[in-house]
Design a protein around this ligand. Structure first.
Ligand SMILES: [Zn+2]
Ligand SMILES: [Zn+2]
Length: 356
């Protein structure tokens, strides 16, 4: 009979132990829950930091480029931070960072610059504005150097850093006024950095005709030459209708937009935050028609047998009326037809009055 109380006593002891064990277990659970919560809070803080860091980077980029604008007529602002993925984005949605209606996706890097961080922080030297460049080409690149926005922004950034430090060579030693035909058609062998950039880009994006490719290269070359080495002479070599408009000078936009030969269309693209995914550099290049008779060469031959650019072709390239866009493009964007020169009917270009 003595075993019962003993048994009950053990049971009470066991119960006590169990209660103790439960308390420990509950405490452990609470601690685990707290650790989980702390972890989540840490993660959240880190994400917040990332967002602020990106915002800071954007601010710094803008400040840096504005500072440069004081010293030279370069005007482009870097695009707002975007995903570095090479997926195609609508051209018009990428320009303004100072516009509240700019659409946002879930990418934490897409932080409007108007919400700057108030905190000061140290940036690692690895942080670069180049990480934030957004491809607008409309094609998938195998290598980053094929991307027009990336390569032009990179060389502008690097050259102006060098210029600011007085390290850049005089332009005549590395950027002739007009590149040779040989360099344009054999860009990989060229020592001209702008020709190499254009060559890499045109490997992927092809105009309809060789003469149009040449015309695009000449125009883009002159524009980039001025942007790389802004002075009176290089500016004079850029056709007036490629000069930046007031809107280009004041509203941030990707460098690619500056290559569009029609000023009204540039303004439209810079100003309108439309999100038409059909726009891309590739579509523009494929739709450009530069008037030049099909049955006429664009080169002449020197007495030494050297192929030279036909001066009349060059003159035609620098005439605004000769830059037209295809009727197919107009069919896609009928509302934009007043901003461009529309392609003429077949045959018109042969008898056009605008040849030099
Ligand atoms: Zn610009
Ligand atoms: Zn690209």
């Amino acid at each position: 009979m003595e075993s019962a109380p003993q048994k009950r006593q053990r049971t009470e002891l066991q119960l006590a132990r169990k209660r103790q064990a439960d308390r420990v277990s509950q405490k452990a659970k609470r601690e685990q829950a707290k650790r989980n919560m702390d972890h989540l809070e840490t993660q959240l803080a880190k994400l917040q930091d990332t967002v602020e860091l990106l915002s800071d980077q954007l601010q710094a980029m803008h400040a840096e480029l504005r500072e440069r604008d004081k010293h030279c007529p370069s005007h482009c602002r870097p695009p707002p931070p975007q995903s570095t993925a090479s997926d195609v984005q609508p051209l018009g949605s990428l320009d303004g960072d100072n516009n509240a209606e700019t659409s946002k996706d879930e990418n934490p890097s897409e932080v409007p610059a108007k919400q700057p961080s108030s905190k000061k922080r140290n940036r690692s030297p690895a942080d670069s504005p180049l990480d934030l460049i957004k491809c607008l080409c409309g094609v998938q690149h195998q290598v980053q150097s094929e991307c027009l926005e990336y390569s032009t922004f990179s060389i502008l950034l690097k050259t102006h850093e060098n210029l600011a430090e007085g390290k850049e060579l005089p332009i005549t030693t590395w950027l002739p006024r007009t590149p040779s035909l040989v360099s344009i058609f054999c860009p990989a062998a060229s020592t001209n950095p702008v020709i190499r950039i254009l060559g890499a880009f045109f490997r992927q994006v092809h105009p309809t005709k060789v003469s149009t490719l040449l015309a695009c290269c000449l125009l883009m070359y002159r524009y980039l030459r001025w942007r790389l080495y802004p002075d009176k002479e290089t500016f004079r070599d850029v056709p007036e209708w490629v000069h930046p408009t007031e809107i280009q000078k004041t509203v941030p936009h990707p460098v690619c937009v500056d290559f569009i030969p029609w000023p009204k269309l540039r303004d439209y693209i810079v100003l309108h935050k439309y999100t038409d995914p059909r726009h891309s550099v590739s579509l523009f290049i494929r739709s450009i028609r530069v008037r030049w008779p099909d049955n006429r060469d664009f080169y002449t031959m020197s007495a030494q047998g050297e192929l030279l650019l036909d001066p009349e072709f060059e003159e035609a390239v620098y005439r605004y009326e000769n830059w037209q866009i295809s009727k197919d493009w107009i069919e896609m964007f009928p509302a934009l037809k007043d901003y461009v020169n529309v392609e003429e009917d077949e045959g018109d270009s042969q008898t056009a009055p605008n040849w030099p």
